[in-house]
Design a protein around this ligand. Structure first.
Ligand code: HEM
Length: 510
């Protein structure tokens, strides 16, 4: 044990080391080079060469070309940095996590009302309050409390796929949204035209457009926000107002629904109702409710699109890899049998199914450049200067796509004996203090969907009128959440036993 004297000395030394490091960084910053990058034009920098298609793949080639863990992109005097290696990602996001836990603040995000979202807010007290709510409800130990909701929604999904397989993409989208809204508010999405769902989807669509680099001039020149509404080129203001209206409704409507049903004694169990009870018991009042309402909004905005993207990739991988389906079914039949659907209790006995899910997350990464972090102070990494506030993006795609990257091989995640290895696809859910707050929950949703679909359906390429296979292309959108472009496939019950199981499930809520 250290004495108080020794402890104080250690703390003083640490403080001194940090102070000296800060002074050195400040003095050296003028001389230390920034991360290398593509050749730049005067003023606009790389603005014209920022890749529009699959930028993560282009940035990965820059890493090799400039032989640097970090590469820089300049546009109109603003630097952004891409982290292309595991070593640098671990060093900055984990070892220096207190410095790299902030998020860049874009003017348009605030004007559009998106400063409620846990994944976008600064590293401050409100963020800590949000993370507490997520932790309390979705950490490894508490996430299983939501298994009943996931199982019930999975049955609805299976029935929808059985009765209307062509609409599989819509069914998966509704499944991801229903699970998010159901655990957050106990709210049942009754169709793809559900009012709250429509509002939330439009709000997300608008913010995705505003986040495209270079899409909104006001992000580069914040003073534009003060121009009068009639001034040419201020269409962004109308856009922002529409978004603000949607974002407010998206948070207020389901929250009011929970409070009303709590007062009437009819509330379904949900994160909202249990956290409201806690807020009341602790006397946290308006401030507590405000933070809760905003964190709950994030359950949908951070959880629905991302989960949908992973689910769709899972189906795409199965269409293209019939041998993977055969091996998974052999495992499922042995462990689960043919008379029931898989449950979470089977999870530890189905390593191959779990390996398929991990490979799904690696094969196409849902958020290949993750969400930008930014440092709260000037910093130096490996002789490169990183100014305070610089947006830093981790290229998870580059980090996880190095050995035979395009092949879909669940075996990557298995030992020779067929058990799971220790590789849990880190990086896919980010790193450090701002890592994904719903990762255990999201992995569980992907797992139960894949296990259940594999247990009852054969997934194959769709056929045209002449009986020929319709080719399936692997093509993805380029946004912060990257999703497969629509593809066609056939989803049919495996056999009579699977049909019987489907008939036993209650009617889909469609
Ligand atoms: C397969 C599905 C999902 C994937 C791949 C995913 C991935 C990510 C990634 C890459 C980040 C950024 C991490 C970073 O900046 O280092 C993130 C943040 C976040 N995710 Fe997820 N996510 C998924 C599902 C979910 C779900 C279901 C929820 C909640 C219901 C959720 C809640 C969050 C939150 C709150 C943040 C922001 C964390 C912060 O800024 O402190 N995510 N996620």
């Amino acid at each position: 044990m250290l004495s108080i004297y020794e402890l104080v000395s250690v703390l003083l030394c640490l403080g001194l080391v940090k102070a000296i490091r800060d002074i050195l960084i400040a003095r050296e910053s003028g001389r230390i080079p920034s991360p290398p990058g593509a050749p730049r034009l005067p003023i606009i920098g790389n603005a014209l060469t920022i890749p529009k298609r699959a930028p993560w793949e282009v940035y990965a080639t820059w890493w090799q070309k400039y032989n640097s863990d970090l590469v820089g992109i300049y546009a109109f005097g603003h630097l952004s940095i891409i982290v292309n290696t595991r070593k640098a990602a671990r060093e900055l996001y984990e070892r220096r996590s207190t410095v790299y836990a902030d998020r860049p603040q874009l003017t348009m995000i605030n004007l559009m009302g998106w400063d409620f979202d846990t994944s976008l807010i600064p590293y401050n007290d409100e963020w800590r309050a949000h993370r507490k709510i997520f932790h309390h409800n979705l950490n490894t130990w508490n996430a299983p409390a939501h298994h009943p909701v996931q199982l019930a929604q999975t049955e609805i999904l299976l029935k929808s796929l059985y009765t209307d397989p062509h609409e599989f993409e819509n069914h998966l989208r509704r499944y991801a949204a229903s699970i998010a809204l159901s655990i957050a508010y106990g709210y049942n999405v009754d169709s793809n035209t559900d009012n709250i769902l429509k509002i939330a989807e439009e709000a997300i669509d608008m913010v995705s457009k505003a986040l495209v680099p270079g899409a909104m001039a006001v992000n580069a020149i914040p003073a534009l926000r003060y121009l009068p509404d009639w001034f040419p080129g201020t269409g962004f203001k109308q856009f922002a107002k529409r978004s603000m209206d949607l974002v407010t409704k998206m948070q207020d409507m389901p929250f009011a629904h929970v409070k009303r049903s709590m007062a009437e004694g009819t509330a379904s169990p949900s994160v909202a109702s249990s956290e409201i009870e806690l807020i009341n018991a602790r006397g946290e009042g308006e401030q507590g409710e405000k933070y809760l309402k905003r964190a709950l909004g994030t359950f949908f905005t951070a959880g629905a699109d991302t989960t949908f993207s992973a689910l769709l990739t899972g189906i795409l991988a199965l269409v293209l890899h019939p041998a993977v389906q055969t091996r998974a079914r052999a495992e499922l039949d042995q462990v689960v049998g043919r008379g029931r659907l898989p449950t979470f209790a089977d999870r530890s006995l189905l390593p191959y199914v779990t390996a398929i899910c991990r490979e799904t997350l690696r094969w196409h990464i849902v958020s290949p450049l993750t969400i930008p972090h930014c440092p709260t102070q000037d910093d130096v990494y490996d002789g490169m200067f990183i100014p305070k506030g610089t947006p830093i993006m981790m290229n998870a795609w580059a980090i996880l796509h190095n050995h035979d990257p395009d092949a879909f091989k669940p075996e990557r995640f298995l030992t020779e004996e067929g058990t799971l290895n220790d590789d849990e696809v880190p990086f896919v859910f980010g790193l450090g203090r701002r890592n994904c707050a719903g990762m255990h929950f999201a992995s569980a949703t992907l797992w139960i969907m894949m296990a259940s679909v594999l247990a009852v359906f054969n997934i194959s390429k769709a056929r045209d009128e002449q009986g020929n296979d319709i080719p399936v292309e692997v093509a993805y959108t380029d946004g912060m959440v990257s999703t497969s472009l629509p593809f066609r496939c056939s989803i049919q019950p495996r056999d009579h036993a699977a049909e019987e199981l489907m008939e036993q499930i209650g009617d889909a809520n469609v």
